[in-house]
Design a protein around this ligand. Sequence first.
Ligand code: PLP
Length: 395
Amino acid sequence: MFETLPAKQPDAILKLMMAYREDPRTDKLDLGVGIYKDANGATPVMKAVKSAEGQLLEEQDTKAYVGPLGSPAFNQRMIETVFGSEADKSRIRSAQAPGGSGALRILADLITSARPDATIWVSDPTWPNHLPLLSAAGAKLATYPYYDADNSSVSFDAMIDALKAAKPGDIVLLHGCCHNPTGADLTHEQWDQVTQLLIDQSLMPFVDVAYQGFGDGLEEDAWAIRSMADKLPEMLIAASCSKNLGLYRERVGAALLVGRNAAEADTALANLSGLIRSNYSMPPDHGAHVVEMVLVDDSYNANWREELEAMRVRMISLRHAFSDALRRRTNSDRFDFIAHQKGMFSRLPLNAEQIEKLRADNGIYIVGDGRINVAGLPDEESDMDALAAAIAAVL
Ligand SMILES: Cc1ncc(COP(=O)(O)O)c(C=O)c1O
């Protein structure tokens, strides 16, 4: 059977990770991989997570099945984290999922079973896994332009124009905050305009929120979701705990939905539960159990928020330091946008040849589309200057 399968290349980011690992240079710099890194280049377990894990190890007395939707307490806390503690929860439901990716997949399954003819509109560019993940669920896909590479900003008019071609019932995938790969987010006014367009054209938002807490703050980054939930009848949200709780390999996330009313939300959740059962049956428990403990316990919770805030503030200061260094080295303001963008990524206006030259000559690893991981930038001023000098040299 296997002889019928086509040869497969590893995807571009995995290839870059492998090349970085094999590079013997000691002063190499990895700006490619999409995980948070501290000033030592490490991705440590967050302190609150470590404490909760210790407690869990001590206290857990069963590994019995939890169920397709996961832990009710986890789901309740995720609803509060995403929608706020004051939100009307009567028409909001949540299913624990194996990461943001798992949440995206089961929600895509829900879309294709409820509306097989709907098209999911995805930003161009987007997180590279969106297209294969959604099409594996059988969804029809279309893209809307999102980023103006010449001006390093959102191409909002083009986005709106493209979405006007969507038909009633179509789904629009939006990044809730910290757009990956561009770091260019919509303003509140632009979110309002998108919301109005969705209302006018009977479209449904599907929001991917993988970086809540990395942009303007934990509550602030949920602004768009909360605003849309107030105004629109239905909505889907895929939330990831991989980044903001540093639980990448544990696979924790939530598939959230807003229904027109409590009864329809219950029906949608029961359908989601059936889809989960026929797929992976039940989500893994460990990471979600830890998240639940961190969100429930006041002391863990405060500790986690503090550490997350420190990560966010560090990324902002790296953004400023990098854009200042590039301003000095290139004698231009063309990289100023880096300071104002949000989250872990920005896209450098470099071509494939320049990116390859940075890798070959300087051991600087950047994804082929120019995406950099801001958390991978050096904290030392002299190292930041050397990076800016290397970039200026290839321009
Ligand atoms: C935009 C976006 N959505 C979803 C995910 C998936 O996250 P997870 O590791 O929780 O599946 C990522 C991870 O990089 C992402 O960047």
